[in-house]
Every structure is written in C-alpha cells, then in structure tokens.
Design a protein around this ligand. Structure first.
Ligand SMILES: Cc1cn([C@@H]2O[C@H](COP(=O)(O)OP(=O)(O)OP(=O)(O)O)[C@@H](O)[C@H]2O)c(=O)[nH]c1=O
Length: 632
C-alpha cells in the first residue's frame, strides 16, 4: 500500500493530538493513525495585529497549543509523547480574522460578513517532536499552513437565522461547518476541502514525507480527479525499514521494495471510504480496527488473541506484589523474587520475563527491576497507584468476563453466574456484601478517580460555583481534587452509608485546603444536599435510561436556574465504532450492571429532557471525559 508508510512511520511513536476538535480527530482517525487526544489549554488570545499575515497567527496559535500539551504531559510525569500535533483554523474576510463565534449574535455578524463573498480558510499546523533529556523537555517544531478559498452564496436573513438556530456555527471558525449543514451555503471551494474542515491532511502527509524520507522527486506522480484535490502518491515508500528516532534524519533513505504487493497507484479513488465529501457525514473508522494485509502475518489478530494472557500476567504480578518488592529492593534475580513471594523459581522466572517483554519491568544481567511506570502505577504504596483497580479487575471483572458469552446472549449482567449471588440491589449485593469486597471495590474506584480527577476538574471553568455535591462520590478523590483547584468551593460527597463509613483511610494527608464533607444517603431515595454544582462521575453508566431519568429529575428539581451539572464518563463517538476503550467499557457494564456507556448525543438528549442546556463535551484523552451543562 503506497500511503501506509507515511503514517506507518508514526506507528511506533506515541502521537498526541493536542486538539478538542472532533473533526480533526475524525480526519486523522480515518486514515488509520493511532493517537491520543489531549486537548490544549492554550487560550487563543495572541494579539492578532502583531502578526504580519493571518496565517502566521494561525501557525503560532497551533504551535502554542501543541507546546502547551507537550509541556503539561512532560511535567505531569506521564510518559513524554514523541510527537504532539496542534492545529488552528481561522477564516479571513475583508482583512478580518474570524474565529469561533462567542454567541449567536457573533455568529450572525460573521455569517453576514461572509454572505455572497469569497473568503479564505487558513489552518496552521504544528508538529512538535519531543525528547526528554535529563528530565528536561527538548522540542523541535515543524510548522506549515494551508489556504483554501470558499465562496458563500447570498444568504437571506431567514436562512442565516435558521442556520444559527441549528447550533452548528458555535464551535466552528467563521461560524460554519462546511462538512454539514454549512455546506449548503457554499457556492465553490478552491483548494483542500479537509483544510476547511479543520485539518489539511494532504499537506500534513507531505510534511511527514519531508521529515522522514528524502523525497526522490523523479518518482512523484500526480493524480488528478474531478472532485478531489490532486494528491501526490508516496508509492516508493517502504514501511519495512527501521524507524529513525529523529524525523530530521534524512540519511536513512527509503528503498523501493518491489517484491511487496503494491496498490494500483490510485491513492484516493472516488469510492474510497476515507474521503470526506462535502455535505455528507464523515464515516469514522475504528482507530483500533483490525486492518490486516492478508498476505502478511495477522499480527493485530495475534495481539488480540494474546491480550488476555498479558492482562493476567499483569494481574498476577500485581497480586503477588512483585512490583512492591522490586520498588523496595531495586534489582533482584528471579530466584530471590521467587523466594520472597513464596513461588516456584521456574514459574516466577517466566512471569518476570513476560513482564519485562511487556515493558513493565527492566531485565539486565544484574536481574529484574521496575520501570518508572511500574514504580508510579503498579506498586501498591505509590501515590498514583492503579493497584486497587488491577486487583478489582482480576478478582471481580475477570470472573464476570468469563461469562461474556452468556451476557451477550441474554443481554444481562452475570453476577449470579460469576459469584452465585443475585444482584437485586446492585451495589448492596455485588460490591458491599462483605467488608473485603467493599474495600476492594472502593480501592479500585479510588485509584481510577485519582488518575482521572485532574483532567475532569480542569475540563471546564467551574470557578463561578460556591458549593458542589458529588453524588456517589465514593472516597472523595474527585472532591479533593476540586477543592485543590477551586479553594473557595465547598464540596460535599454524598454516598451510601456503607461507603461513607469507610472513607477515612482514603483521605489525603497534609492537604491545606478546605476539607471535603461526607454525607450519607441514597440518591434515588433521599433528599439531595443543596449545591449549585452537582457532579455525577461514573454514575450514569451503571443505570438504565429509566433510572437515569429518575435521578436527573431529582437533580433538576434541586437545581436553581444557573446551577451546573458535571458528568464524567467515557463518552462514545456518535457512531459507536471509534473509541475501543469506551466500547469495551460498555461490555464491562453489560456483564456487571444494568447500564452502558453512551455517546455525547445520548447524554445530551437525557440532560436536555430535564432542562439542562448548553451541553458541552470535552474529550480529555484520559480514561474519563467530561460533560458540563447548566440548568436553564
Ligand atoms: C471553517 C470550519 C471550521 N470547522 C471547525 O472549526 C474549529 C476551528 O477552531 P480551532 O480553534 O482551530 O479548533 P478547536 O475546535 O477550538 O479545537 P482545538 O484544536 O482544541 O483548539 C475546528 O474544530 C474545525 O474543525 C469545521 O468543523 N468546519 C468548517 O467548515
């Protein structure tokens, strides 16, 4: 395949898209690029008049977005990404730069300016290569821009307002979306259509070729097609060569591999499903889609086949406290590990080797030691440990998943099959039936909440609220993060009495912020504590739509106009085919609860039904996304 090597070069790298734009995510997803999404917090406030041309402004904003994410990820001691991609789209007309409208009047001003005229859409893109040296972040930035000209038809007042009331303009530069209803306003497009949508894919691929391969000019062919912009093929690029760590190294030039089956040369054909056509919704490919070349080894399928073995190796090493031992002792031979954990030498050696091959441990001639991420996330006594969730996965989720087939056939939870107990009252019967199970469950929820809380509380500006109530807030991990970020906020955690009785040993020590208050009760039965911000984190996914309506109507009744509601859940894409972690989590909800994961539009319609408006969704790139709305 001629196209694959270009993106294939990024296959072994940790690529981060520093953008909350769902369109950018779709465009890159559609071509099979694997990446994480970490939206940038950079505020688009650069002084426009200080830039000689609009595109320089777009490039600089794109650069600042990407650098902010690169720095944040580095500082947070997450694994520093290899590449961060940032982009910024602006519309220019009559020497004015139009960004996203702030309200409907602003959208009106923008669209009436564009009416009957040709304007330019610029997208600036920054590709930031990151390198962590002596704990310092080094970055190398490559940037470019693309311009597309678009002409609008004359827009009547009626059409204009109808379009504005559709809600489409609000999160889009220039106040329109050419890929949807906005396409109906357009007379012509000159240039790259995807550039208008938010990401100049063709130019991006050319940049990758420039970065990773010396372009042998004589082999570039141009293909023209009526409806599609011309595309240069990259057909003599092989994806078999070793990956160079620096993209700037031109010397490891690509070699033609004529022995490999080639595509017929047409990069984009009219029938190709990866092309976004004007006025039609973009099909989103699953980023983890099993794309195998049948002539080659089916490595993706084999990886999936192995998945359960890898999970179980992690679970068992965690259960046997191997990571705690190595954190304390540094480096040990397998025999010493075996003796300490009271296990066979031959079994321990195989487990340690598997963990090393999976990247959880380092293996040297001196013996085995923890990787940095094992020290941070796998040792049970670490601040950010995931140990609780791992043990919950082994002891609770694993038995449930062995009954996945029955769950799929019957469409119901499998608690009875897995544990011999009916779950009439889900939490009481499944998680709080014994002290041991309850503590394990709380530790699991605590570790996930700690891992995700910062992303959730910073997804939206909540500084206008004075009191918050985290319904089902369990150990208070999210609440504690909230009071750190908003010291003037008084936060109450509301949860079942069994939970509240056990929260004390999960509280942070030495924290100098206002304490969180814990109140016991059942949010389905009891009155809710008064607050001007309610929070439901990983709650709605436990329940059916009917029960969600009961809960939301109670919250809605407790809310005065202007009160906020913050949800955090894994949000599925609307077509439910793109976010495999969230889709697997939905299977996870099937085997153990009445609930499921939902898409952004599903949450939106549930919320709007109860008078919550201005529903905003932030994909955080972490394990939990955030949804915010206000009571009107
Ligand atoms: C003209 C046009 C724009 N857009 C969207 O407008 C946003 C631009 O804003 P941005 O500041 O570049 O990006 P963002 O959405 O704020 O995301 P981020 O990268 O996080 O700053 C992006 O979404 C684009 O798709 C469309 O979807 N269709 C169109 O026809």
């Amino acid at each position: 395949m001629a196209l694959k090597p270009v993106l294939g070069k990024l296959g072994s790298k940790r690529v981060v898209l520093a953008s909350a734009s769902p369109r950018r995510q779709e465009i890159l997803c559609n071509v099979g690029l694997r990446f994480e999404v970490v939206p940038s917090w950079f505020k688009e406030t650069l002084e426009k008049s200080s830039f000689a041309t609009p595109y320089k402004y777009a490039i600089e904003t794109a650069k600042q977005k990407a650098l902010e994410v690169a720095n944040r990820m580095h500082v947070k001691h997450l694994r520093t990404p290899d590449i961060v991609i940032g982009a910024d789209t602006i519309v220019t007309v009559d020497e004015h730069i139009l960004e996203k409208p702030v309200d409907k009047q602003d959208a009106y001003r923008m669209l009436s300016r564009l009416s009957g005229k040709e304007h330019s859409v610029f997208t600036g893109v920054a590709i930031v290569h990151c390198n962590s040296k002596d704990n310092r972040l080094e970055t190398e930035v490559t940037d470019f821009y693309e311009e597309t000209k678009v002409k609008f038809a004359d827009l009547s007042e009626e059409l204009l307002w109808e379009y504005i009331h559709s809600g489409e303009p609000m999160d889009k530069a220039g106040g329109y979306g050419i890929q949807a209803l906005g396409g109906m306003l357009v007379e012509y497009v000159h240039g790259d259509f995807l550039n208008v949508v938010g990401f100049p894919l063709n130019h991006f691929c050319k940049k990758l070729v420039e970065l990773y391969y010396p372009p042998p000019k004589h082999t570039l062919h141009h293909i023209k097609h009526d409806s599609i912009p011309s595309v240069e093929t990259f057909e003599n690029l092989s994806d078999e060569e070793s990956d160079s760590s620096s993209p700037i190294q031109y010397k490891d030039a690509i070699k033609m591999d004529r022995s490999k089956p080639h595509s017929s040369g047409g990069v984009c054909s009219p029938g190709s499903s990866n092309i976004i056509k004007p006025n039609c919704m973009v099909p989103v490919e699953n980023r983890n889609r099993v794309m195998e070349n049948p002539d080659k080894f089916p490595s993706k399928i084999v990886e999936l086949l192995d998945g359960f073995r890898a999970s179980k190796a992690l679970f068992v090493a965690s259960k046997l406290k191997v990571f705690n031992l190595l954190k304390n002792k540094g480096v040990l031979q397998s025999v010493d590990v075996a003796n300490t954990i009271n296990a066979s030498v031959c079994g321990t050696e195989r487990l340690l080797d598997a963990c090393a091959a999976l990247g959880l441990l380092e293996k040297t001639i001196q013996g085995y030691s923890n990787t940095d991420s094992a020290n941070t996330y796998l040792a049970s006594d670490s601040e950010d440990s995931l140990h609780g969730y791992i043990i919950h996965s082994n002891d609770h989720l694993w038995p449930l998943f062995t009954h996945l087939e029955s769950a799929v056939k019957e469409g119901t939870m499998q608690n009875y099959r897995a544990f011999g107990k009916k779950s009439e009252n889900l939490f009481q019967d499944s998680y709080y039936q014994s002290m041991e199970v309850k503590q394990r469950f709380m530790a699991a929820m605590h570790s996930i909440a700690k891992l995700t809380a910062k992303d959730v509380v910073t997804a939206f500006d909540l500084s206008q609220f004075r009191s918050a109530c985290d319904l089902g807030g369990c150990t208070g991990a999210l609440a504690n993060e909230l009071v750190q970020k908003y010291p003037n906020l008084k936060v109450t955690v509301f949860d079942l009495p069994e939970v509240i009785a056990n929260v004390s040993h999960f509280q942070p020590v030495g924290q100098h912020t206002a304490p969180v208050t814990f109140t016991s009760g059942d949010f389905f039965k009891d009155n809710l504590p008064a607050a001007d911000l309610y929070i439901l984190s990983r709650i709605l996914h436990d329940w059916t739509d009917e029960k969600i309506h009961v809960l939301l109507s109670k919250i809605s009744a407790a809310c005065k106009p202007g009160c906020g509601l913050l949800l955090s859940e894994m949000v599925l894409d609307d077509e439910k085919k793109n976010r495999s972690t969230a889709l697997l989590q939905s299977l996870n909800m099937l085997v153990q609860t009445e609930g499921k994961e939902r898409s952004g539009s599903e949450y939106q319609s549930l919320l709007e039904h109860h008078g919550f408006t201005s529903v905003k969704i932030r994909l955080t790139g972490s394990l939990l996304d955030a949804i915010f709305c206000t009571k009107c």
